[in-house]
Design a protein around this ligand. Sequence first.
Ligand code: NAG
Length: 168
Amino acid sequence: MLGISLITLALAATGLAQAPVGYRTVYITSMVDTKYVVQPKSATSGSTVVVQTLTNMPAQQWYLQPGNSTIQLAGSTLCLDAGPKSNWKDMATIYVKTCSATEVAQQWLVMADGRIALPASSNPRECVDLQYMRATPNNPVGLYNCNGLGNIGAADKGLNWPLLNVTS
Ligand SMILES: *[C@@H]1O[C@H](CO)[C@@H](O)[C@H](O)[C@H]1NC(C)=O
């Protein structure tokens, strides 16, 4: 009984360190090269986002769910953030910032075809993009038209992010 209470307390204390109900814990891999995953350049609010080789570090793990979702860095209070509206354009960089339930720049649409869209953007709707399709260490992750280069949609590998479950 005491043991259970302590566990409950520990879980309550960690708060945002837990995946929200219904969310998965995943690596966001790049279809350009699935050995590369999305991670913040540093785990601080305002940091830009890059790809690095998958090393199974918690700093590469995210909480998200299919459909409308926040994308939260595991064990942190940082969320993927598209920045101000003026930033919602092709080749913009994106960020992690302190999670805010009311921030539309943190509301993403995790699509079954591998794309991750920013529904608040339109004409064009922007999606998470591997800049210049370069799967190399520290290559920036930004935004690009969800229709992709040449209007091929999710077949544009730079816009396609297969999710890999974190296994504990
Ligand atoms: C996402 O949210 C929008 C606005 O609330 C809604 O219209 C849309 O159907 C939702 N999409 C999914 C896939 O749940």
